[in-house]
Design a protein. Structure first.
Length: 162
């Protein structure tokens, strides 16, 4: 996806609309970020997004669902575990469960995956090395993208849009 918020991904297939993300290596993931624009997209804007995680498409599990009320800008979904640690995954499935005004088709202007710059697992011997770096945001809407810059992992991701 482009950095231009005037462009968007659109799905006009049957619901739920699905995006699959596959990492090249097991990756720590803490938040999913979506740029949604109710003002321009109206009934095409997601009102409920569900996140599933796993090692492959065969073992994904439900992690979190988030509802949005006329969102404008960056929206965050927290996918950390109960101890507020990032999830270690190869695979993420994003599902748009519902749109505003019961819309059928959907628009998503950006998707970002956020995690710590340094994994809490040593890459050489696969042992836990300590708590992940934070702080992580506690809110849903994000006004300042730079607050995430301290822990964003820019790993390459294979993106599959359906």
């Amino acid at each position: 996806m482009s950095d231009n918020v005037e462009k968007y991904w659109q799905s006009d297939g049957p619901q739920p609309h699905t995006i699959h993300l596959e990492f090249q290596k097991k990756t720590d993931v803490a938040f999913m970020m979506f740029y949604l624009d109710y003002k321009n997209d109206e009934s095409y804007t997601p009102s409920k997004i569900q996140i599933k995680l796993g090692s492959s498409h065969q073992d994904i599990f439900f992690r979190n669902a988030q509802s949005f009320n006329e969102p404008q800008g960056w929206c965050a979904i927290d996918i950390r575990d109960k101890m507020e640690r990032p999830q270690r995954v190869f695979w993420i499935q994003i599902q748009v469960i519902q749109n505003h005004q019961n819309g059928r088709d959907t628009h998503i202007r950006h998707v970002r995956v956020l995690g710590p710059k340094r994994s809490r697992v040593s890459p050489t011997n696969r042992i836990f090395t300590g708590e992940p770096h934070g702080p992580f945001p506690e809110h849903n809407l994000v006004d300042d993208e730079e607050e995430f810059a301290a822990f964003v992992d820019r790993s390459l991701v294979h993106l599959s849009l359906r």
